[in-house]
Every structure is written in C-alpha cells, then in structure tokens.
Design a protein around this ligand. Structure first.
Ligand SMILES: NC(=O)c1ccc[n+]([C@@H]2O[C@H](COP(=O)([O-])OP(=O)(O)OC[C@H]3O[C@@H](n4cnc5c(N)ncnc54)[C@H](OP(=O)(O)O)[C@@H]3O)[C@@H](O)[C@H]2O)c1
Length: 300
C-alpha cells in the first residue's frame, strides 16, 4: 500500500499525504546507513515528502538528513523537502545567537533558507514555513523575502505553521501561501473549531497536521481523556481489523480540508499504519464515536 498524493493548493506542489516528520531524528541514534535505509523504507511506502525545521535537534536534524543524501545522492530528487524558519535560540551550532526570539526579518528568512540548503545538501527547498507567528512580523517584509528566495530558485513555495486564520489571511494577502501546519489530534481539536481548517477548505489549501498522535500521549497518557479515547480507538480498530494508530490518523485524514498528516516515529511499522490510514474511510458513526470519546460528552 502506498501513500496517496495531493496537490496541496491551487498552483501548489504535489506532496504525499503522509509526510515523514524528522523532528526527533537526532534522538534516534541512526548512523548514515540506517538513515538511508529509513528514507528508502519511506519511499517504498510512497512517503515522498519530508518535514524538517532549521532548529530541530538543536540545529542538527537538517545536517543528519544532508549526510544521508550525501551517502545516497539519488535520494535527493525523490523527496519533496519542507522546512521552517523564524525561531532562534542559543546553540552550539549557532554561537552568534544569544537569546531565544522569533525572527521573521528579511535577513533572517533569507539566511535561514541558505543555511538549510547547505545543511541538507540540496539545491532547492520545496516548501518553507514560518515556524510560529511572530508578534513583530511585517507581512510586506516577509513577502519580499519570499519573493527574493523564489526568484533565486532557492525555495519553490511558502507557507506558515501554527498561524491563526487571521494571521494566515494577513500574510496570504501579500504572498500566496500553500499550507498552514498545525497541531491536531483526538487530544487537540482546536483547528477544527477556531477557523483554521475552515479557511483552508475555503481556499482549497491542505493543512499539514503535526503531533497527530499527540506526541505518543494517545498511547501513554494516564489521564481519563486519553483512557476514554483509547477505549473508543480499541473498539473501532478491532471492528475494522486495523491498528489503533491507523484509526486515530484516519480520524484526521477524513476531515474535509484534506489534511496531510506528519508521522513522528522512527519505526517503519508505524509509517505503514499511517499509509493504511490514508486509505481508510471511517463511517460518520465511527467518526463521532471518537469525537464523543475525545470530548467526554455527546454532540449538542
Ligand atoms: N510545526 C510545528 O510547530 C511542529 C511541532 C512539532 C512537530 N512537528 C512535526 O510533526 C512531526 C510529528 O510530530 P510528533 O513526533 O509529535 O508526532 P506523533 O506521531 O504525534 O508522535 C510521535 C511519537 O509517538 C510515538 N508513537 C508513535 N506511534 C506509536 C505507537 N503505536 N505506540 C506508542 N508510541 C507511538 C513515537 O515513538 P516511536 O518512535 O517509538 O514510534 C514518537 O515518540 C515532527 O517530526 C515534526 O516534523 C511540527
């Protein structure tokens, strides 16, 4: 079974619906050969899109991916690369950065894109996101930086992450954005209700979802909410003869804004379950059973 693909916005790029999240890459202790094998396993499942950020692993995650690409150069052209910029903190690899700030200045965005290219040893970034909304962001300045990078062929498309619908609309009015990457899961439903996914559906833009399994809390949290969710997931997973994570991810993939879902696991078995989820149509009854379990209450 292969991940379906989706054009994520009008005139936007085509990505795999399941995206390989590499936030935790540096903690996986993989050597370059193991990293290559992991990337090949993802490709074999049709997972051709990678999610990165300059800051992941204290600025090491992009370097680790770059090492894998250097080990097997043919991998570079088989993946679409998403990365992020706009957060800065002191780190061994960034000795000039002395404080923890958001930085969406033109200089920082351009320098960040150039750094990410060098770190990942690639020629172009497919999609670059502003990582978090910056209270000091000036939409015209960001749009100018995007235009500059796009004209140089360094970055093909731009988007944002963790933006409210109003913040998205502001920047989108200056430069055509192709996605908003936000947290959503059975334990975090905010974007379903705060207008974020409604705006995506209106603009025919696919959101990207991070921590779709609540960072693993869906399986491990001891609170009553998580316990209720697990009981509902178990019941439906057993009925449909699929895994619990497959059902939890299908619940998101069935949303009408057609989100892309990011994985966060180092295990190929979990990637397989995510791909299976992208093919699983949940009935409305099952979808609302999970909603009820997550809310701890019936629909009004
Ligand atoms: N834009 C943003 O602000 C933002 C923020 C955070 C993350 N992200 C992106 O989103 C990606 C995914 O986020 P995430 O890592 O939080 O995703 P997640 O899928 O919610 O959580 C992954 C964690 O859950 C565990 N897990 C997965 N399946 C499991 C299972 N069946 N049983 C037990 N544990 C399981 C994994 O452990 P194992 O490795 O052992 O499977 C891993 O530690 C990141 O890699 C990053 O690319 C973006």
């Amino acid at each position: 079974m292969m991940s379906p693909r989706l054009q994520i916005a009008p005139n936007g790029p085509e990505f795999s619906r399941i995206v390989l999240g590499l936030w935790r890459l540096s903690s996986w202790q993989m050597n370059p050969t193991q990293r290559v094998a992991f990337l090949q396993a993802a490709l074999a499942l049709g997972i051709t899109t990678i999610d990165q950020a300059d800051i992941y692993g204290d600025y090491t995650s992009e370097l680790l991916l770059g090492e894998a690409f250097a080990e097997m150069p043919s991998l570079r052209t088989q993946f679409q690369i998403v990365t992020k910029c706009g957060i800065q903190f002191p780190a061994a690899l960034r000795p000039a950065q002395t404080s923890h700030i958001y930085n969406t200045t033109r200089e920082h965005i351009i320098a960040s894109a150039e750094n990410s290219l060098r770190s990942m040893q690639i020629d172009a970034i497919d999609l670059m996101l502003i990582h978090r909304p910056d209270p000091l962001m000036e939409a015209d300045e960001i749009a100018a930086a995007f235009t500059h990078l796009q004209e140089r062929g360094i970055v093909k498309y731009f988007g944002v992450s963790n933006f409210s619908h109003a913040q998205f609309e502001l920047l989108h009015s200056r430069y055509p954005l192709v996605s908003n990457q936000v947290e959503c899961s059975l334990m975090q439903m905010a974007p379903i209700y705060d207008g974020c996914f409604d705006l995506c559906q209106r603009l025919r833009i696919a959101p990207m979802i991070w921590s779709a399994l609540a960072g693993g809390s869906i399986f491990s949290d001891s609170g009553t909410d998580a316990q209720r969710i697990r009981v509902a997931l178990d019941t439906i997973a057993e009925r449909l003869e699929v895994s619990v994570s497959c059902v939890a991810l299908a619940w998101l993939l069935n949303l009408p804004s057609r989100p892309l879902v990011l994985t966060g696991s180092s295990r190929v078995a979990v990637l397989k379950e995510a791909v299976q989820a992208a093919h699983l149509q949940l009935s409305r009854e099952h979808w609302f059973d999970l909603w009820r379990a997550a809310q701890g209450a019936d629909i009004p």
